[in-house]
Design a protein around this ligand. Structure first.
Ligand SMILES: [Zn+2]
Length: 1003
């Protein structure tokens, strides 16, 4: 941590490049890319758009690097060879096309090319022969990802393409061919990024049958209840997953017959193969509306020897098209998804619309891909922690003017988070050793960012230049109550940084080893503190390296937006201390504080909750499902595994009501520590001045000696009459209504009554009772699977330990261990309840933001200091903004962009009609928002920051007139194409993105 940061040596940087989406015109070529480069089609025929493609997982059975270099023989896959040989093939024939999707891999390859190769590749891109599709750093999952990280990972991938290829590197089509179901928010994000369409491979098998038979596998997805046309996206469900037609796989990894066109050969097969292909093409065409069909000619890691594919495709095209002389109406061409899309758009047909999402995904009647919503809960948490820190790093970088952006320190975490979004990373559907490698990549990114936070904070704190700079440590294991500086130092400083643009007053806690403390704020005021014991099950978590048995709690009152406050913590004699030792009792009775409390029954079990003046019944129960076991040969014999949730019985085994609990009360927080059994315990926590319950669950090591895989759940039961309905968030943003045992667009036949009712909970799940006007919501600290299987009940899956593979490729049971034992997971639920309506809705929205971007703690050991000497040496307060943003506006992004410009995103966090005041449009002035700098100009971009908003023009699609168009385009913002916009108006749920030029104070 003490090493000089890299950029102190590198501040003399290359001349600032354009801080804008680049439009590079190569004078040498002057060719066309994009739709203008599309191959000619034949009118009156069925045009078969052959799309040579490869699906390159950014880690799955092998690590990212093993896939790139082709190491490790468990799967023959080397991405570098794919790009090498494809580029070679494309150069020989201007008709050939190839698409590339995962920018993480492309960038790795590009960095290893010499100038002449790069020149050749640029040419191919400028001529539309090599086209980027999708274009995110990875092909992100859509169920368990948070919108902030999805936007970030797309932005980072698009940024690299934009910097390298300019306009011709801008993908026009979303390509989510493998993720296991599709979220409405993802479609909305693509639309807001200016994409013209979305293609995907996986949707529920019943949905797919219905859509094919009713010719509605192509539709206009109206992906937001708030954003109108800005969130509409043409969407195509692929016919044959993302595979070639059966029998026509010509890769070195396939065994299908090549096209043998030597008439003298006994194996001559052209006539047969052509007939076969034409039959398939006609069949596929019968399920789609236009005269065009798309065929994905490739699979996972195909084209390592690209010549094999292309040689056979050349022949296929030639011989199929020769039949046209005999009256065939099938026309084959090398194409791309965007060229297919353009051709379909040119047909000017009308399309049906869709307003819900594509979750959950089932591939057959017993394979519901709802297990991965929870699989590997600790990686899912680590990823959220990574996002939290990435935002902190980016903000501090921008606020403290750390210089030109193109430094590696920040990029390591940007890229790590991009990798984590991949549909086999955050999902938990990778092999164990790959999961370890993801954790390694993320840890490295976090370590690099620690250099940034140190440099940034130390640019601000020393009151004189010559004062030594403190060392700031992260405590990444606070979730298991472990933190070296707070445990080992008698005096230390904790600097609490608030990444939100609103004032907050969070409770801060960390483990300590002393018995009385003094916590002083910047002004020297001694704050009230409380010591709370660390529950024994937490102390016993395998691998926890801590002697601490207590945590110190205090409240950081009025923490300024994008600002920090340092607190000087010192171990003192009890008479000098302001520390309250929690009262301990085993008694039942009310639990909570004056305006928010539970009553309990005689055995101490929570019974009713009183909040906002109403009282209603709530209860809680833990349990587990036993994972189904089978040989996976037939649907009915499917095992529960990393992807699939399939309980043996629909009734979980519920843990008996516990009697073992202790309560700890004090002025700041009341806690109940409950031990349910030797692998399950929880803390129920209510902070004074907060109107929600924090439930900190601890699960594991899950016992498997009985040979039974276990999927642990918690239920929150209430008296709410929810009438079969519940609500879940879509990637942390808009809410979707769910109906038990039903889907909005087809009549569901359900043979898995539990798994088939599970949905991804990225941020919250809630129930409403419209008669009693009550609402109960659970917010999560990571993605989990959840449902409401009975009226009044919410259920969330916390952890899974399974002993069998579900046979979808990963080839391992999801049996995580750490420190020689079953993996222990600890996490939080935030329970919010009360009269339904705007007050609660707004509370939930704001709480979700506060828990996503929690205040970041930086610790500095200060044993040689007293408060007085520290405060004379170091600044203890910092304000990042001049005025907090309004309550409904979220600063989604503040980061260094190109050269010395910054990227800023503002977001309206409420939906229409959620609050009479806060759901209205809101105007914010950018000019004087930030304290350290003034924004001198702002140019609006599309959501992905790779295209100026004024330059964007998307393909228009007609929707069927019989569907009521409830989406009006009401956005002033989208009509406002002024170059410089310093006053920003946001409509409900709108995000607006700006590249801003700034002037730092004193420069
Ligand atoms: Zn994949």
């Amino acid at each position: 941590m003490t090493a000089a940061p890299a950029w102190t040596l590198l501040v003399v940087c290359a001349a600032v490049t354009a801080s804008v989406p680049v439009q590079r015109n190569d004078p040498e070529t002057q060719e066309h890319c994009g739709y203008e480069s599309c191959p000619p089609i034949k009118d009156g025929m069925i045009n078969v758009h052959l799309v040579p493609h490869t699906h390159d997982d950014v880690g799955w059975l092998k690590t990212v690097d093993q896939y790139f270099f082709g190491q490790n023989n468990i799967q023959k896959a080397g991405v570098q060879y794919i790009l090498d040989t494809v580029v070679e093939e494309l150069q020989h024939d201007p008709k050939k096309r190839f698409i590339y999707v995962e920018t993480a891999f492309f960038w790795k390859w590009w960095n290893r090319q010499d100038d002449s190769h790069r020149h050749q590749v640029r040419k191919l891109v400028q001529q539309g022969r090599l086209e980027f599709i999708g274009g995110g750093w990875s092909m992100n999952d859509e169920a368990v990802t948070h919108y902030q990280s999805t936007i970030d990972q797309m932005t980072w991938g698009l940024r690299r393409l934009n910097d390298t290829f300019g306009k011709c590197g801008r993908p026009r089509v979303g390509w989510q061919i493998d993720p296991f179901g599709h979220s409405r928010e993802m479609a909305s994000i693509f639309a807001q990024m200016g994409y013209d369409g979305l293609f995907f491979g996986r949707l529920d098998y019943q949905d797919k049958m219905n859509r094919l038979s009713s010719k509605t596998a192509e539709m206009v997805w109206q992906a937001s209840d708030n954003l109108g046309k800005d969130a509409e996206l043409f969407t195509h469900a692929l016919y044959n997953h993302y595979s070639p037609p059966p029998g026509f796989c010509f890769d070195v990894l396939c065994d299908d017959e090549p096209i043998i066109d030597d008439k003298h050969s006994p194996d001559y097969n052209v006539d047969n193969r052509v007939t076969q292909f034409i039959q398939f093409a006609k069949l596929q065409a019968s399920f789609y509306n236009s005269k065009h069909i798309i065929m994905t000619m490739g699979e996972d890691f195909h084209y390592q020897e690209a010549h094999m594919w292309f040689k056979n495709l050349d022949k296929l095209i030639r011989y199929v098209n020769l039949r046209q002389a005999n009256g065939s109406n099938i026309n084959l061409l090398y194409s791309t998804p965007s060229c297919y899309l353009k051709a379909v758009n040119d047909a000017k047909l009308s399309w049906t619309t869709k307003q819900d999402d594509f979750f959950p995904y089932a591939s057959d009647s017993h394979a519901y891909w709802t297990g991965y919503y929870t699989s590997r809960p600790t990686i899912k948490y680590f990823e959220r922690l990574g996002n939290n820190y990435l935002q902190v790093c980016k903000q501090l970088y921008a606020l403290t003017d750390l210089g030109p952006e193109d430094q590696v320190d920040l990029n390591a975490l940007r890229e790590a988070m991009g990798v984590m979004q991949h549909h086999d990373a955050i999902t938990g559907t990778e092999k164990q050793k790959v999961a370890f490698d993801y954790a390694r990549i993320l840890s490295r990114g976090i370590a690099e960012c620690n250099i940034i936070t140190n440099t940034a904070v130390n640019k601000l704190v020393p009151l004189r230049k010559e004062y030594p700079t403190p060392v700031w440590e992260n405590c990444l294991k606070l979730n298991v109550s472990q933190c070296a500086p707070s445990e080992e130092s008698k005096n230390f400083v904790v600097t609490v940084y608030n990444p939100l643009a609103q004032v907050i007053s969070p409770y801060i806690r960390f483990p300590v080893t002393g018995s009385s403390y003094k916590v002083q704020d910047a002004k020297g005021n001694s704050l009230p503190t409380q010591l709370v014991p660390i529950p024994e099950p937490v102390q016993n978590i395998p691998g926890r390296m801590s002697q601490a048995t207590q945590e110190l709690v205090f409240r950081a009152v009025n923490l300024k937006p994008l600002g920090f406050q340092s607190y000087f913590v010192s171990q003192v004699k009890s008479e000098e201390s302001n520390t309250y030792i929690s009262d301990e009792s085993n008694a039942s009775g009310n639990f909570g504080h004056k305006t928010y409390y539970y009553t309990t029954n005689r055995r101490g079990v929570l019974k009713t909750l009183t909040t906002h003046g109403v009282k209603f019944q709530v209860a809680q129960a833990y349990g587990y499902y036993e994972g189904a076991v089978g040989d996976n040969e037939e649907a009915i014999n499917r095992s529960s595994g990393a992807y699939i949730f399939r309980p043996k019985s629909s009734t979980p085994k519920i843990m008996p009501n516990r009697s073992q609990f202790k309560t700890f009360k004090g002025p700041l927080v009341s806690e109940r520590h409950e031990v349910i059994n030797d692998w399950l315990s929880q803390v129920v926590r209510i902070y004074t001045d907060e109107q929600h319950t924090e439930v900190e669950w601890l699960v594991g090591p899950l016992p498997i000696k009985d040979g039974v895989g276990k999927e642990v759940i918690v239920k929150y039961m209430s008296e709410l009459s929810s009438k079969g309905k519940f609500y879940t968030d879509s990637n942390g943003r808009e809410l979707l209504e769910r109906t038990r045992n039903a889907r909005p667009t087809w009549h569901l036949k359900l043979e898995e009554p539990v798994a088939g009712n599970y949905y991804p909970i990225t941020s919250r799940i809630l129930l409403r009772d419209t008669d009693k006007k009550l609402e109960l919501a659970v917010l999560t600290d990571r993605a989990q699977g959840g449902s409401s299987l009975k009226d009044g009940e919410l259920e969330l899956m916390l952890h899974r330990r399974l002993l069998h593979d579900d046979a979808f490729g990963v080839g391992e049971a999801l049996n995580e261990t750490a420190f020689g034992k079953g993996l222990v997971a600890r996490g939080k639920h935030y329970l919010v309840g009360g009269p339904s309506g705007n007050v609660l809705t707004v509370y939930e929205r704001q709480l979700a933001q506060e828990k996503l971007l929690t205040p970041w703690l930086l610790f500095s050991r200060a044993d040689k200091y007293s408060f007085e000497s520290w405060s004379k040496t170091y600044r203890m307060e910092f304000d990042g903004v001049k005025m907090p943003l309004p309550a409904n506006v979220h600063l989604l992004t503040l980061e260094p962009w190109k050269g010395r410009s910054l990227l800023v995103r503002l977001e309206h966090i409420l939906e229409k009609g959620e609050d009479p005041k806060l759901s209205k449009s809101v105007t914010v002035s950018l000019k004087n928002l930030f304290a350290p700098f003034e924004i001198v100009s702002a140019r609006e971009t599309m959501l992905g920051a790779n295209e100026w908003k004024k330059d964007s023009s998307r393909l228009q699609w007609k929707t069927e007139s019989n569907s009521i168009d409830r989406h009006e385009d009401t956005h002033q913002g989208s009509l406002n194409h002024a170059e410089d916009i310093l006053s920003v108006t946001l409509e409900p749920m709108q995000i607006r993105t700006f590249v801003v030029e700034v002037k730092y104070a004193g420069k």
